[in-house]
Design a protein around this ligand. Structure first.
Ligand code: SAM
Length: 130
């Protein structure tokens, strides 16, 4: 595959991760006002890091959950990650292990896990990344 493809892919992920990080932080700031739990669902989570070592969406969200910009939102954000590939899932588990109290990783397809996800979320507000 051409190096242009990888460059473009990396650039696209950089933009996506910036949007996810910024949006999620604002989302938590606004919707966490009442002190209620809010969820981030990463339906196609990957391994937490990209091949070049930069943080992926699951890790960005986990870190934000553990250390939100607004300290009063600490403990409110809970992350549900879904990953189908077994080896990638193992890496995801390792990458998010330090955030185990606010991260739940589900192994399987997003489609198959959706009923379980909806049960976990209940009536809470959720942001789906898919
Ligand atoms: C592009 S990567 C994830 C990137 C990551 N969300 C980020 O933004 O940093 C997509 C991942 O989705 C997984 N995947 C593909 N189909 C899936 C499905 N139906 N359900 C859950 N995971 C899936 C792949 O194994 C792969 O690890």
């Amino acid at each position: 595959m051409s190096s242009d493809f990888h460059k473009e892919r990396r650039a696209w992920f950089q933009i996506k991760h910036q949007i996810v990080g910024t949006y999620l932080s604002l989302f938590l700031g606004k919707l966490g006002k009442a002190g209620d739990r809010v969820y981030y669902v990463d339906g196609f989570a990957g391994q937490g890091r990209l091949d070049d070592g930069t943080e992926g969406s699951a890790l960005i969200a986990a870190k934000l959950a553990a250390e939100p910009i607004q300290k009063s939102r600490k403990g409110l954000l809970h992350c549900i990650n879904v990953e189908v590939d077994p080896a990638t899932f193992e890496n995801l588990e390792k990458a998010t292990a330090p955030y185990a109290n606010c991260v739940r990783n589900l192994r399987g397809t997003f489609q198959d896990k959706l009923p379980e996800i909806l049960k976990l979320i209940g009536n809470h507000t959720a942001f789906f990344d898919w």
